[in-house]
Design a binder for this molecule. Structure first.
Ligand code: ADP
Ligand code: ADP
Length: 226
């Protein structure tokens, strides 16, 4: 079942002489439980593709659909609402709130979404367990290793059961061994939750663990084999 579908997406920046066409006619489908790795050189448009997929930016033409809902005719409020209820974002740097524990960082988006404290705590512990960081529940970010911090950030992104998980270089800041642990935890989560995942990475070894690898060429999304 497709959770994310991009159809003939065009995105450029600037105008006239300085126009940069990043995506010309990008097509991509990511299904439930599927992990797609996006591997491309710096400046190729990975962040742009992720921002369009996460409804943070709009294409000049083409369609981005999440859970079968086309977004091109939605207003700002509609897009924000759909993003909040369906998309989870993981960044290279975790952006965890330093004064709160790991558990609190994961429960917070759930409380904001209206869940009870008990339900939010249960869901957070389930995610911490799934990602192998349950013993770190009451630690603050500064007391965690880089790999643990990133797994907490993944748990936070997954807290409200997103249908689409987008990650921009989620292991870009970690050593190879830790990257492997974090990527494996992320893959496990995606299978377990049935989310669709698009992960931008420079790490070819990690990309091989994905169900599919794509790259960007001439403004198109094309299949890629390493
Ligand atoms: P990547 O994530 O693969 O490094 P980006 O999606 O960040 O690539 O950028 C792709 C291209 O689009 C680059 O040439 C970049 O300079 C340009 N670009 C991205 N965002 C903007 C923006 N807001 N304004 C102008 N140019 C941009
Ligand atoms: P990069 O992946 O290239 O390091 P970032 O992921 O930090 O860059 O984001 C850079 C750009 O992403 C911003 O200039 C902005 O256009 C867009 N962006 C990121 N988060 C948001 C947001 N919450 N709302 C709107 N735009 C955002």
């Amino acid at each position: 079942k497709p959770h994310l579908v991009l159809t003939d997406v065009h995105r450029h920046y600037g105008q006239g002489e300085s126009i940069v066409h990043v995506l010309e006619a990008a097509n991509l489908t990511v299904n439930s439980g599927e992990l797609v790795a996006l591997v491309a050189p710096s400046g190729a448009g990975k962040s742009t593709l992720l921002h369009l997929s996460g409804l943070l930016e709009s294409p000049q033409s083409g369609e981005v659909a999440i859970m079968g809902i086309p977004t091109s005719k939605l207003g700002d409020r509609g897009r924000t609402q759909l993003r909040r209820s369906t998309v989870g974002y993981v960044y290279q740097f975790h952006h965890l709130l330093p004064e709160f524990t790991a558990l609190e960082n994961i429960t917070m988006p759930q409380l904001i979404a209206g869940k009870s404290q008990g339900d939010a705590d249960r869901r957070s512990m389930e995610l911490l367990d799934l990602l192998g960081v349950a013993p770190r529940a009451s630690h603050r970010p500064a007391e965690l290793s880089g790999g643990e911090q990133q797994r907490i950030a993944i748990a936070r992104a997954a807290a409200n059961h997103p249908k689409v998980i987008l990650a921009d270089e989620p292991t870009g800041n970690l050593d190879p061994e830790t990257s492997d642990v974090v990527f494996a935890a992320l893959a496990n989560l995606i299978k377990n939750e049935g989310a669709a995942a698009l992960i931008a990475t420079h790490n070819h070894d990690l990309a091989r663990r994905a169900d599919r690898i794509v790259t960007l060429k001439g403004g198109l999304v094309v299949d890629h084999t390493l």
